[in-house]
Design a protein. Structure first.
Length: 206
């Protein structure tokens, strides 16, 4: 292979690496076309100030390549007169239930149903074909919102906890909540594409 070709190929790889977008692409979603979700059904998330408190969790798995978590989006509607604070957590799977917390961010539930974004400051690698849980916890005793259901319905597993996540009850449902996971492709994956390009050039010139 000519040195010039190698130089150009390596230059292109480096250029791609330095221009990898700093924002995520969708790697999992239960939103329908046009970001649709249910306007009537959903799952209640309530703080300890109510008769029955509840934290929620939705199970998901990404396909394709491993990637770095960027943000999560979910459809929420506050059930109080004021928008209240909640914590969105990414949890590992522990024998079919939400396990260790891998990352977390805070969101405010709006007075009217809307899609809110939880931006994560720390990098967390999402492995392909691995189960994770997107969890929603009330941040204060008076926090109360409804996590809207997916529409069209997406079936799956969800969990709820009445003791701030110490114990979880896992159920199957025909309509898990509406949410989306955004992530950034691994640079290593991009390098592999570049190396594959080099191998292809070499093969054609052999």
């Amino acid at each position: 292979m000519k040195p010039l070709v190698v130089f150009v190929a390596l230059f292109l790889i480096c250029s791609i690496l330095t221009t990898v977008p700093a924002y995520g692409t969708i790697v999992y979603t239960t939103f329908g076309s046009g970001d649709s979700y249910s306007t009537s059904a959903g799952f209640a998330c309530k703080g300890s100030g109510y008769s029955t408190q509840s934290a929620l969790a939705m199970k998901f798995q990404i396909n394709g390549q491993s990637c770095t978590l960027d943000s999560m989006e979910l459809a929420l509607a506050s059930n109080t007169s004021l928008a209240t604070l909640f914590e969105v957590k990414l949890a590992a799977d522990n024998a079919g239930t939400p396990g260790a917390v891998l990352n977390s961010a805070q969101v405010n539930a709006p007075l009217s149903a809307a899609i809110v974004t939880a931006d994560f400051a720390n990098s967390t690698l999402l492995q392909t074909q691995t189960n994770y849980w997107m969890c929603l916890f009330p941040k204060d005793p008076k926090s109360y919102c409804v996590w809207r259901s997916s529409s069209p319905a997406v079936s799956g597993k969800y969990a709820y906890s009445n003791d701030t996540g110490q114990n979880w009850n896992v159920l199957s449902t025909s309509h898990i909540a509406a949410f989306r996971v955004n992530a950034i492709p691994e640079p290593a994956t991009i390098v592999l594409f570049g190396l594959g390009f080099l191998a292809l050039v070499k093969k054609r010139r052999a």
